[in-house]
Design a protein around this ligand. Structure first.
Ligand code: ANZ
Length: 900
């Protein structure tokens, strides 16, 4: 008798395919449930066991909801643009499209062996022109829209009101005005340019290259930007109604970074230049205005050149030149470490509150991209200003005191940045900080010197990349008679990528597409845009395409959107807590404003699965290689001292080593390949183990012993149902279903069955899959007892419970029970409430026939449980007085006799 999982799994996987068992179609008669995975980048390495953790969880929910009567949308696809395929092309000459297609084939094969119930007819691939046609279309929606702050929504650009003075300047001015208001716009943005690699690096990538000794410079390049900042407030407030992990909500709030404060105007004392008469600053502490003793401009601030006096010009120019070479990130890091550099411009401004003349400095601790790029420095109450003032010997004045502390608080050594009461502040004196802020803002507004202002940390999104393997922008540049560059959309989509032999950007940073001269240059003189979109673009809207994937007339129909949206459950890695989820929410809101979708938010419920950790082994002395890297051993190099032991030694030398659990990575050699697990134990075991490792949200180590344990459980479940051939050999023919009496069995069995149904249902609802599996394990262990064979209906219901977790074996049992259809759409079993009450019965315990104790035993308890409970009870222990029981006789529901 063998649990031949290979045959069983292959059989059911082809059955589901042939019968389109998981096809989902819009059906207004039935409630929908949309359960989504974060689709993978199909890398050359294939799946590792971390991927299927989330995928198994969503599959359990998908299968369960189907059985609960929902019309379930459960799709899968490929986020397939990206740098690795392009790098691979540079190394091997294999075209990224070819490589990507190979990788997809492999990923899909791997996913299919796991028996996930995806509707594969909805598969999407972001690199397929039929898909990116619509990514380009959505880009054009953004390009063709502006944000109307009065209505707090996006509107078509033709509806943008054109001020009379612009209209009077003619069509070119109107065009420029529109271009300045589009949600997708061109901007000279400083980027991190690495001349050696000829690439623009993301901020996060800079440190790594600099460590390798490469030079990275900041330099302005014309880039496509997305005006996500227009949506900052909506992106913030709409987080309110979402069922997301608190940590992700916090990270999104933090990233958006709303600050409430004021803008204040400081007039310059001597004006060299009529256009440079005042400096605007943003402050969150307008209550400290009386303590502003100097000002600082970001080195890139446009006023710097204009206000610098001749005797300071050389020093300022040198400082500006140095600062432009450094990224914002580096500058912030230095500022955080308290390193302060800066130079005086020679200019002074008037503090609007007290009329004092304050010096204007430049320093890179002030960032151009935030607030107004200029600050009023209050060294008494701001740490950064305090450090700078001390370094440059600038005056420090206290204007906030401790409440009730007689006002004073020493500020010589450190700023006092807590709220308190205003002091040395004229009309604010005595007011607590919150009230003083309000009072100051009212005063500034009344005097025409400033106004209330909210700022956000969120930056506009740099949307263009100098890469080949991405979506081309569907835009054409044309020079106008007045020498301007006019951008017009392509009428016919998609704009497909041209063939190219060389994928390197040029030395000057021209994108690789600029080399496809025949593609770039249009017969009428127009030139195609040569940047491509970032990898985020395709993943911003794939959940929408899944709703209507073969629509050729639109990215998706409004009817499909109205039926399927929002995504009810979205499961994926915590690494996407900010960017992907923010960008997708942004596009969704634009599409909402333009009438393409009817929900404000795309993803109602979000869950982050934990990480699957892999083992590496370290010598006890933690010695290092000559190059300083730690000596580690890979799983293949070690063996455990005894089966299931926690002690390990190196096979070759016998040296004892410690085990260490890390995120799986190729370089650590601790990656487990799902193919190996499936071959050895089967997909059902793999799925079960992925879920049994621990709570879904927690990270957990991958342990081969645990896999084997799950496999034994399935073997037991198999033997519960099937009887071997009389000869008992594997090749003597298929196993037969046991002879099973009808019904659900004895009272005890029925209680156990219904408790299991209740427990599994409730635990799936909570996504507590590991404990749902424990409930099934108890069922399999306890359902059969001497004199109580398994009954047919109990097995049928158990196979339904098992189906979301181990669908192949569940189908096999269901079929053996003579059911004609797949159980995929079979109604989920219902627990009989009457059988759930935890009734107990009194059990008399005898030792050598003498009554020694009476215990309350719960109705569903098995004989094994009852025996160990009785033996462990203090009274029984006392009467046994150290003697070992030889035999235990159980009279069900009444009596337990212990013979010593
Ligand atoms: C005066 C002041 C006094 C400030 C005080 C703080 C404390 P958050 O809360 O992060 O929004 N700031 C404004 N623009 C800046 C820029 N471009 N680069 C660097 N710093 C800038 O921070 C707002 C505060 O950060 C502002 O309030 C300003 O310093 C500074 F006791 O103004 B404050």
């Amino acid at each position: 008798m063998t649990y031949d999982f290979r045959a069983i799994e292959a059989r059911w996987q082809s059955f589901w395919d042939e019968h389109h068992s998981f096809r989902a179609d819009v059906d207004p008669e039935r409630p929908k449930y949309y359960v989504l995975d974060m689709f993978p980048y199909p890398s050359g390495d294939g799946l590792h066991v971390g991927h299927p953790e989330g995928y198994t969880a969503t599959d359990i929910v998908a299968r369960y909801k189907r059985m609960r009567g929902f019309n379930v949308l459960h799709p899968m696809g490929w986020d397939a643009f990206g740098l690795p395929a392009e790098r691979y092309a540079m190394q091997t000459g294999v075209h990224p499209a070819v490589r990507t297609a190979e990788c997809i084939v492999n990923f899909k094969r791997q996913l299919k062996t796991l028996g996930f119930s995806y509707d594969w007819e909805r598969e999407v691939d972001t690199t397929d022109p039929r898909y990116y046609k619509w990514t380009q279309w959505i880009f054009l929606q953004l390009w063709g829209a502006f944000y109307d702050p009065t209505q707090a929504r996006a509107r078509p650009i033709d509806e943008l009101p054109i001020p009379a003075e612009i209209a009077a300047q003619g069509p070119a001015a109107v065009r420029r005005y529109r271009d300045d208001h589009r949600l997708a716009y061109l901007h000279d943005a400083p980027v991190n340019w690495c001349p050696a690699l000829r690439v623009v690096l993301a901020n996060e990538e800079v440190a790594e290259q600099v460590e390798k000794g490469l030079v990275v410079v900041r330099r302005p390049m014309r880039q496509w930007m997305m005006r996500i900042t227009a949506y900052a407030e909506r992106l913030l407030t709409d987080l309110e109604g979402l069922d997301w992990p608190a940590s992700v909500l916090d990270m999104q709030r933090h990233w958006i970074g709303r600050s409430d404060g004021a803008e204040v105007r400081f007039h310059l004392v001597h004006q060299h230049d009529a256009d440079a008469s005042a400096i605007e600053v943003f402050t969150t502490r307008p209550d400290t205005l009386f303590g502003a003793t100097y000002m600082v401009l970001a080195p890139e601030h446009p006023l710097v050149q204009r206000i610098t006096t001749p005797e300071h010009a050389a020093a300022v120019a040198a400082y500006v030149e140095r600062a432009t070479r450094r990224s914002e990130r580096d500058r912030q890091a230095d500022a955080a470490e308290g390193q302060k550099t800066g130079v005086f411009t020679g200019a002074f401004a008037r503090n609007p509150a007290n009329g004092a003349h304050v010096p204007v400095w430049i320093s890179d601790y002030v960032l151009m991209g935030y607030g107004t790029g200029a600050i009023m420095a209050v060294p008494g109450h701001d740490e950064r200003d305090h450090a700078f003032a001390r370094a440059m010997a600038l005056p420090i004045v206290q204007v906030v005191g401790v409440v009730g502390g007689g006002g004073a608080h020493p500020i010589a050594d450190a700023a006092f940045s807590e709220p308190g009461v205003a002091i040395n502040s004229g009309f604010l004196d005595g007011l607590p900080t919150a009230a003083a802020k309000q009072r100051m803002i009212e005063w500034l507004e009344a005097e025409g010197l400033g106004r209330r202002r909210v700022t956000y940390k969120l930056r506009d999104w740099l949307f263009s990349r100098q890469r080949y393997w991405g979506e081309p922008f569907p835009l054409i540049h044309r020079s106008t008679p007045d020498g301007d560059d006019e951008v017009v959309p392509v009428q016919e989509l998609p704009v497909t990528l041209p063939e190219l032999a060389d994928f390197q950007p040029s030395e000057t940073g021209e994108p690789p597409l600029s080399k496809a001269e025949a593609w770039v240059q249009l017969p009428d003189g127009g030139r195609r845009e040569t940047n491509t979109m970032p990898q985020w673009a395709g993943s911003c809207w794939y959940y929408l395409r899944f709703m209507d994937p073969s629509n050729d007339a639109a990215p998706f129909s409004r009817a499909a959107a109205d039926y399927w949206l929002p995504v009810d459950l979205y499961i994926g890695g915590a690494e996407h807590a900010v960017l992907h989820l923010l960008y997708a929410r942004f596009w969704h809101k634009v599409l909402f404003d333009l009438g393409h979708v009817g929900t404000r938010e795309p993803f109602q419920r979000l869950v982050n699965q934990g990480m699957v950790l892999g083992a590496t082994y370290l010598p006890k002395d933690r010695r290092r290689h000559a190059d300083g890297s730690a000596v580690i051993f890979k799983p293949a190099e070690v063996e455990s001292l005894a089966p299931a032991s926690d002690e390990w030694r190196v096979k070759a030398t016998g040296e004892l080593v410690d085990v260490q659990w890390d995120k799986m990575s190729k370089s650590r050699g601790n990656v487990v390949n799902p193919d190996d697990v499936v071959t050895q134990f089967g997909a059902d075991t793999m799925r079960l183990y992925e879920m049994f490792m621990g709570p879904l949200e927690h990270s957990a180590p991958w342990q081969t012993d645990g896999v084997a344990g799950c496999h034994r459980f399935l073997q037991r479940a198999y033997r519960l149902a099937f009887d071997g051939d009389a000869s008992g050999t594997a090749d003597s023919g298929p196993d037969r279903l046991r002879e099973l009496p009808p019904g659900e069995g004895s009272d005890r069995q029925r209680r156990l069955l219904h408790r299991t149904i209740a427990a599994v249902s409730e635990r799936i609802d909570r996504l507590a899959f590991n404990t749902a599996i424990s409930a099934m394990m108890i069922f399999v262990r306890d359902i059969v007892e001497p004199g109580e064979p398994l009954h047919r209906d109990a097995l049928a219901q158990f196979s339904l419970l098992l189906a979301p977790f181990a669908p192949h074996l569940a189908e096999e049992i269901w079929r053996a029970l003579g059911k004609p259809h797949s159980l995929a759409h079979e109604p989920w079993p219902a627990a009989d409430e009457a059988l759930l009450v935890d009734a107990t019965f009194p059990l008399v315990v005898q030792i050598q026939g003498k009554r020694r104790a009476e215990l309350a035993i719960s109705q569903g308890a098995s004989e094994a449980d009852i025996t160990s409970l009785a033996l462990a009870s203090p009274e029984v222990q006392r009467h046994l007085a150290g003697k070992t029981p030889r035999r235990v006789i159980y009279v069900p529901g009444k009596l337990l006799n212990i013979v010593v």
